[in-house]
Design a protein around this ligand. Structure first.
Ligand code: IMP
Length: 194
């Protein structure tokens, strides 16, 4: 059994989600700062999975503890999957939703499908890696709605509500990151569980 793993992020939301979902395993989840890793590698992979592995590998090499990293983004069908791995860099801070609504302004309702995607890379105590992923399907709305969450949540519709109108628990239950973390939980439980 491993006692600790490092989450290759300092993002408080991601840490909280990982701690909530993985806590039944009895593994302590440390942030990269708590583990003493100070790295911010260039995320130049072509896929979410490659970028997750780049982040996990950088932290693992710094601390030599089992490490988990995630990479995620929004894929919009009408934009041929963009912004995809460029989701964070798509627009200046605070302007992502407005830019996306503008790009989508002439797209009809039945062509506004989109999905949040999350890949997670796990590097074990021997330096071997294992990957899982999760997905959340929805559509792009016509205006920003709600104040919860972050990033594209105000324009990502799941049924009648935007992701930013859901509580944190409601979002975790359906989100791409929640789905990927639950896959990781299953893998770790099978491998390390009593
Ligand atoms: P990263 O995985 O931290 O590199 O995030 C990639 C980008 O995708 C973020 O900056 C957000 O713009 C977007 N993104 C990822 N997950 C979510 C989410 O759950 N809600 C809204 N936007 C997200």
């Amino acid at each position: 059994m491993i006692k600790q793993l490092v989450m290759a992020t300092n993002n408080a939301n991601k840490l909280r989600e990982a701690r909530e979902i993985l806590s039944p395993l009895g593994i302590e989840v440390l942030s990269q700062r708590e583990a003493g890793a100070n790295c911010d590698p260039e995320e130049n992979g072509a896929t979410f999975a490659e970028n997750a592995l780049i982040k996990a590998r950088a932290v693992y090499e710094a601390v030599k503890l089992p490490t988990v990293a995630d990479d995620s983004g929004l894929c919009v069908a009408a934009l041929d999957g963009r912004p995809g791995v460029y989701s964070a860099r798509y627009a200046p801070e605070g302007q992502h939703c407005a830019k996306l609504l503008d790009e989508m302004k002439d797209v009809p309702t039945d062509k506004r499908g989109a999905a949040f995607v999350c890949s997670i890379a796990f590097i074990d105590e021997n330096g071997e890696n294992y990957g899982v992923s999760g997905r959340c399907s929805g559509s792009i709305g016509y205006e920003q709605r709600g104040t919860n969450g972050f990033g594209y949540d105000p324009v990502f519709m799941v049924g009648e509500k935007s992701m930013a109108e859901l509580t944190a628990d409601e979002k975790n239950a359906i989100s791409h990151r929640g789905a990927a973390l639950r896959e990781l939980y299953k893998y770790l439980k099978e491998r390390y569980g009593e």
